[in-house]
Write a protein that binds this ligand. Structure first.
Ligand code: NAD
Length: 260
C-alpha cells in the first residue's frame, strides 16, 4: 500500500511510534526512526525493519525539544531519501502535578516536545510535499486533546494545541494534495503509561494489576487498551486512497472515553 513512500515517525524508538513505524514498514514504506534509547537496541530495531520488510530504515537521534533539532530531522530525512511523504508527529512526554506546583521547566519541555516540535517539522516538510503535490501529516494527540484531566496542565494544553494546529495546516493545504489529521488515542500500554500505573499502585497501596484496571475503568468504557498496531493501521488508512478527502479531523481511538 505504501511502497516507495518515505515516512518520518518521531519518537519511534518506543511505544506507539515504534508500532506505527513497524506498521508502515510492513506496507512497504521506507522509514526514518527518531527518539532516544540504547544505541544497540535502536540499531536492532532499524536493522530488523530492513530485514523483515525489505524497506530502507535510517535513524536520527534529533532532540525534538528544540526548533533546530525538529527542523534538522526533516533535513536529515530529505538528505537520506530526497523526500518526506508521510510525517507522523508522535514524540511526547508527560508530567503530572497540580498547577500551582507544576515546575516551569517541565511546562516548557512538554510544550516544546508535544506541540512546538510538530510546528517545526510540519513547517520544514511542507515545501517538499507541495512541490510533489502529495503529503500526509498525521499528528498523535490524545483523548486529552479533546477533554481534560486534573494534574496534566501542560500535556492537555499541548494535546489540545495540536488538534488546532492540525486544522490550520489542513485549511492551508486543502488544495495541494496534502492532508493533515490528528489521532486521539485513549490509554495505550506503553512505558509512558506504565510509569503512571506504577506510580498509582505505589501511591494507593494497590497491586499493579489493580491499578491498571482502575486506570482503565476510570476513563475507558471498553476496559481495554488501544494498541500501537491499531494506531498504525489508522496511519496506513489515512495514507491510503481511502483517506484522500479526509483532512482537519481529530479521530478518537479511545475505547469510548470521549463518548461520555
Ligand atoms: P513512550 O514514552 O513509549 O515513547 C515516546 C517516544 O518519544 C520515545 O521514542 C522517546 O525516545 C521519544 N522522545 C521523548 N522525548 C524526545 C525528544 N526530546 N526528542 C525526540 N524524541 C523524544 O510514549 P508513548 O506512550 O508511545 O507516547 C507516544 C505519543 O503518544 C505521545 O505523544 C503521547 O502523548 C501519545 N499518547 C500516548 C498515550 C498512551 O496511553 N500511551 C495515549 C494518548 C496519546
Amino acid at each position: 500500500m505504501l511502497k516507495g513512500k518515505v515516512a518520518v515517525v518521531t519518537g519511534s524508538t518506543s511505544g506507539i511510534g515504534l508500532g506505527i513505524a513497524q506498521t508502515v514498514a510492513a506496507q512497504g514504506a521506507n522509514v526514518v526512526l527518531n527518539g532516544f534509547g540504547d544505541a544497540a537496541a535502536i540499531e536492532e530495531i532499524r536493522a530488523g525493519l530492513e530485514k523483515e520488510y525489505g524497506v530502507k530504515a535510517v535513524y536520527s537521534g534529533a532532540d525534538l525539544s528544540t526548533a533546530e533539532g525538529s527542523a534538522g530531522l526533516i533535513a536529515f530525512a530529505e538528505e537520506k531519501f530526497n523526500r518526506v511523504d508521510i510525517l507522523v508527529n508522535n514524540a511526547g512526554i508527560q508530567h503530572v502535578a497540580p498547577i500551582e506546583e507544576f515546575p516551569v521547566d517541565r511546562w516548557d519541555l512538554v510544550i516544546a516536545i508535544n506541540l512546538s516540535s510538530a510546528f517545526h517539522t510540519i513547517r520544514a516538510s511542507l515545501p517538499g510535499m507541495r512541490k510533489r503535490g502529495w503529503g500526509r501529516i498525521i499528528n498523535i494527540s490524545s483523548a486529552h486533546g479533546l477533554v481534560g484531566s486534573a494534574q496534566k496542565a501542560a500535556y492537555v494544553a499541548a494535546k489540545h494545541g495540536i488538534v488546532g494546529l492540525s486544522k490550520v495546516v489542513a485549511l492551508e493545504t486543502a488544495e495541494s494534495g496534502i492532508t493533515c489529521n490528528t489521532i486521539c488515542p485513549g490509554w495505550v500500554l506503553t512505558p509512558l503509561v506504565q510509569k503512571q500505573i506504577d506510580a498509582r499502585a505505589a501511591a494507593e497501596g494497590k497491586t499493579v494489576a489493580q491499578a491498571e484496571h482502575d486506570l482503565l475503568a476510570e476513563k475507558e468504557p471498553t476496559l481495554r487498551f488501544t494498541t500501537p498496531e491499531q494506531l498504525g493501521a489508522m496511519v496506513v488508512f489515512l495514507s491510503s486512497p481511502g483517506g484522500d478527502n479526509m483532512t482537519g479531523t481529530a479521530l478518537p481511538m479511545d475505547g469510548g472515553w470521549t463518548a461520555r
